[in-house]
Design a binder for this molecule. Structure first.
Ligand SMILES: [Fe+2]
Ligand SMILES: [Fe+2]
Length: 299
């Protein structure tokens, strides 16, 4: 009998063991301590409305960090009984979101604002998110939030000139580019323990997709005067990035349905030509903070 070529049977390497993620996160922690925002140059705005829009923009970022931090630490507690290494990854990941939250707190006061109470839409959103109870649904929604966060930051980077604002956006984008594939690792670990969850997750992916694209309407009312991103461009970028997420990750079964692609006028082949933000390559490129190049997204 012929020995068949092993490559026909071995799946392409698309994952790394938890130990790899843990080692990367520990290295990242060491770097984090030495990084500070340079807020030495004051910022001026064309109008009070523009200042308010900037404060609204970074308040939305603050709420995302706060929620990511809480969810990650709650999951770390839960996971520690069955996988201590994975639990430590969740803990360190939550710590990174906590560091972002701290930076945003400083940054918001430098902008002449502070932490605002959540608006109605934001509250509804986080309430919806808080209903996600299982690890797989929490990390799925989380990575979709991170995706639209970094999409918005990259679009904003195109026009923003002040160095401190650029630094804040760059730090967030750079770190989210590691968090998104990290959350896919969490998702795989959770799904391995909940094999029956796939259909429920698919439904959750699709409803969250639509809700996030729809969220561009209230977001434009609040932040357009600061970031200048038109509603259509933002909605389009969200739809593309969210649809691209799992196209290569066939094992997860979370590719967008043909109906969804049609509804948002998305072409699967065109999406596949875009780089994947969740691939192992993306994670490896983003793991070392010092080596990440953040590029603005074209509108
Ligand atoms: Fe973050
Ligand atoms: Fe993040």
């Amino acid at each position: 009998m012929h020995a068949s070529s092993p490559s026909r049977y071995l799946p392409a390497v698309r994952t790394r063991p938890t130990s790899w993620w843990l080692e990367s996160l520990r290295k990242r922690r060491a770097r984090m301590a030495g990084e500070h925002l340079d807020l030495s140059q004051p910022i001026s705005f064309a109008s009070q409305a523009q200042r308010a829009a900037a404060i609204a923009f970074f308040n939305a970022a603050f709420r995302a960090e706060e929620s990511g931090l809480r969810q990650a630490h709650e999951l770390a507690d839960e996971v520690s009984s069955w996988d201590p290494d994975l639990a430590e990854c969740l803990q360190l990941y939550g710590d990174e979101e906590g560091w972002h939250r701290e930076l945003l707190t400083q940054f918001l006061s430098w902008l002449g604002g502070g932490i605002w109470p959540m608006g109605r839409t934001t509250r509804t959103f986080y309430r919806l998110y808080a209903r996600a109870r299982t690890m797989e649904s929490i990390v799925l929604v989380n990575l979709m939030f991170e995706t639209i966060g970094s999409t918005t930051y990259r679009l904003a980077l195109r026009d923003v000139a002040h160095p401190a604002v650029r630094q804040m956006l760059t730090i967030l984008t750079r770190d989210e580019s590691f968090h998104v594939p990290l959350n896919v690792h969490f998702l795989r670990a959770a799904m391995a323990r909940a094999p029956g969850a796939r259909r429920r997750l698919r439904a959750l992916y699709h409803t969250t997709f639509v809700a996030l694209v729809a969220s561009t309407v209230p977001s434009r009312r609040r932040a357009l005067a600061f970031d200048g991103i038109p509603r259509r461009a933002l909605g389009r970028a969200y739809a593309e990035q969210l649809a691209r997420l799992f196209l290569d990750e066939r094992d997860l079964g979370l590719a967008p349905s043909p109906l969804l692609l049609r509804a948002f006028a998305l072409d699967e082949r065109a999406l596949l030509r875009m780089p994947s933000s969740v691939s192992l390559q993306a994670a490896e490129n983003a793991a070392d903070r010092a080596n990440v190049t953040v590029t603005a997204l074209e509108r």
